[in-house]
Design a protein around this ligand. Structure first.
Ligand code: DAH
Length: 329
């Protein structure tokens, strides 16, 4: 037994320690064998012998556990020393991730407008009919409501179909001048290659007293913004219709895939539509009780911009958490 204890003290690593434990407590171990000797004994002699070997066993186990802890700590320290990484060393390939294309694109949009002094706003995802539709000049039975397949709850509540209700909420809470953007999720009953039931938009609204906020300001800002996001592209404004803006326009950029020559992605037009915008309709100002002000607004889908800047063909792949797709960013 004394030699076993001596061996325990001298053990240099966990493997050595384990073989000493087996020597004592394994099937044919010294202490195990002593227990089998018990069978041959009886009465007081048996009781005393049993006590002795139990004490021996306990003593061995206590020492063994203490030594085990000591060796494990030592081994951990050594492996930590060996695995130390010098983060200052130069490597030729850097794997810094851009993050998810949606957050990356959203952050770039926010960066641009915040530099221009726009305030960041949020609004509820569950909206009422007034903020999502009526106040935006989309009264009940207005045909344009059909363009936005809505998820309805009870009592005229719904999942917001666009970020435009945040325009109304901001104007209700603040007085002009207003310069805000609101990024966030929006919902529509749609699902195919270019539509998912949940998607993201960024809304922008500028309101100023008198007639200071003009279509010319809007055009200048959005053209500069689109060049910031897409680089060297051409930008054009096409007349369009939104119930809450008059006049309304859609902004197109020259196709980023064929540089405007015409390809499958741009349906051979050379142009890609990227956002909607316009001068805030008088009716909207009336709905929030504003007088003698002017303003412009714009709205864009973050997924659309992300698909075009990150070269993703199927919108659904943004939401399927497939690591093979995500790892590319
Ligand atoms: N809310 C519109 C949509 O979901 C996008 C939009 C267009 C927002 C024009 C605007 C705007 O603020 O002026 O399709």
């Amino acid at each position: 037994m004394n030699t076993l204890i001596q061996k325990l003290h001298n053990a240099k690593n966990s493997q050595e320690l384990e073989s000493i434990r087996l020597e004592a407590l394994g099937k044919k171990g010294l202490i195990t064998q002593k227990f089998s000797e018990l069978k041959a004994l009886e009465g007081e002699e048996k009781r005393q012998f049993a006590q002795t070997i139990n004490t021996l066993k306990q003593e061995f186990e206590t020492l063994h556990n203490a030594k085990k802890l000591e060796l494990q700590t030592q081994e951990l320290q050594e492996s930590l020393k060996q695995e130390k990484i010098d983060v200052s060393l130069f490597t030729s390939r850097s794997h810094r991730s851009l993050g998810h294309p949606i957050s990356y694109t959203k952050d770039r949009i926010i960066d641009y407008f915040m530099q221009l002094g726009y305030e960041l706003r949020t609004g509820p995802l569950i909206e009422d009919d007034f903020h999502n539709f009526s106040a935006l000049n989309l009264p009940e039975y207005h045909p344009a409501r059909d363009m936005q397949d809505t998820f309805y709850f009870k009592d005229n509540m719904l999942l917001r179909t666009h970020t435009s209700p945040v325009q109304i909420r901001t104007m209700q809470e603040q007085t002009p001048p207003i310069k805000m953007i609101c990024p966030g999720p929006t919902f529509r009953r749609d699902y195919d290659l270019t539509h998912t039931p949940m998607f993201h938009q960024v809304e922008g609204l500028v309101v100023d007293k008198g007639n200071q906020a003009s279509f010319a300001n809007l055009k200048f800002t959005l053209e500069d913004f689109l060049k910031y996001i897409f680089g060297d592209v051409k930008v054009r404004f096409r007349s369009s219709f939104f119930p809450f803006t008059e006049p309304s326009a859609e902004a197109d950029i020259s196709c980023v895939f064929c540089a405007g020559k015409g390809c499958r992605v741009c349906s051979d037009t050379g142009w890609l539509e990227v956002l909607g915008c316009g001068v805030v309709d008088e009716y909207v100002f009336e709905a929030v009780g504003y007088k003698n002000v002017s303003g412009y607004a714009f709205g864009m889908g973050i997924e659309r911009l992300a698909m075009l800047t990150c070269g993703v063909g199927d919108l659904r792949s943004f939401f399927e958490t497939d690591l093979r797709v995500l790892e590319q960013f």
